[in-house]
Ligand binder design. Sequence first.
Ligand code: FMN
Length: 421
Amino acid sequence: MATLMAKPLAGCVARRAGAARPNPAQRNVMVAASAGTAALPAVRAGPALFEHITLRDLEIRNRIWMSPMCMYSAEEGMPSDWHLVHLGARAAGGCGLVMAEATAVLPEGRISPGCTGIWNDQQMEAWKPVTRFIRSQGAVAAIQLAHAGRKASTCSPYENRGAPLIPGKDPRAWPIYAPSAVPFDPSHQVPREMTQADIQMVTDAFVAAAKRAVEAGFQVIELHMAHGYLMHEFLSPISNKRTDEFGGSLENRMRAPLALAKAVRAAIPKGMPLLVRISATDHALPSDGPAWDVDQSVVLCRALQDRAGVDLVDVSSGGSLPRGFATVGPGYQVPFSERIRAEVGIPVGAVGMITQAAHAESILAEGLADVVFIGRELLRDPNWPLRAAAELGYAGAPYPFQYSLTPFPLGLKKGQGVSIP
Ligand SMILES: Cc1cc2nc3c(=O)[nH]c(=O)nc-3n(C[C@H](O)[C@H](O)[C@H](O)COP(=O)(O)O)c2cc1C
């Protein structure tokens, strides 16, 4: 890797009056320049995927990041050997950043009884071996802090397809709360409407969890504001029917999420990056009534950057409505990250069915995102980053020394096996 970090190129930030419209490559440099240190260098020695990225004081070795994925394998919120091996394998497999799953800041904020937590010191201690190993591999240890709101207290997807756990019917169930007393669907509990004291209590719990995460060795914190969980429930009119200052106008619906991001930002070290995952849209139909959409996401992201000091937005979608949404296909959420990056100028991550090295590379090279989050493809292949490097003909992939004598052959074709010499 020849160049460490992008310096915005002089003359590339603004288009001079009368100058020709930029081609996509030029546009990338321009957008990247406004996105600060996350910018790709204009001249690269290798693939964009393997360019370092700097957020605040943290330099991250590449732009292939592991998306947070619930493992439903914790007891009482405690991460286990599973989490060490699962997350550790992706760090050894070459990811730049490895994100631990949605981790509850309060016991009642878990999706299921098997979700991880960080609401007490015992859990904090249990995360330490995980972060130590991820870091020992040269990857960055990140954690997604979460509260499931009205989608809490369910089975894992592996049991009864994630059916709700109802108090009085199942001893594992717990009562739930949300911005409004509107259930996710008729089979779920009706949540209790949160008081303003509840909102403050949850904010405080996120702050306490963030401090524990820092102490546990995590280097990046992501706040989960997507997928129909508590903070998204405040944002979306689908789930927020409040008439106080936390409901109604967009500014009011953003109040709790923004206050949360601000409070966490103030509680963690200045040099530590803070990320937020959003659902860019509810994928609602006109018959669903007022809902969350990309226009509002643009306003939110601007506020997260300007008023809360958020460093990167991880752009997902959906989760407020029980039915499936839209058509999905490779990179189906990339248009959302592209628009937010272009209009807000905040660094963004793209996620969703990004499985091919060449596709991932083009997303970065065309300036549609600053990093790619890979989810299920990393479950299939923990060495995806190393394989991607070989497919792209790049010799500088971060192999652990223990594996360095048996790299994937350069120029490997997708799906091609490796012959043993
Ligand atoms: C098993 C599993 C668990 C997931 N858990 C989380 C989670 O904890 N937090 C989150 O924001 N998204 C979660 N997701 C969504 C993924 O992070 C990712 O956004 C989604 O799978 C789309 O990316 P992909 O097509 O690369 O898998 C989960 C997805 C899967 C498959």
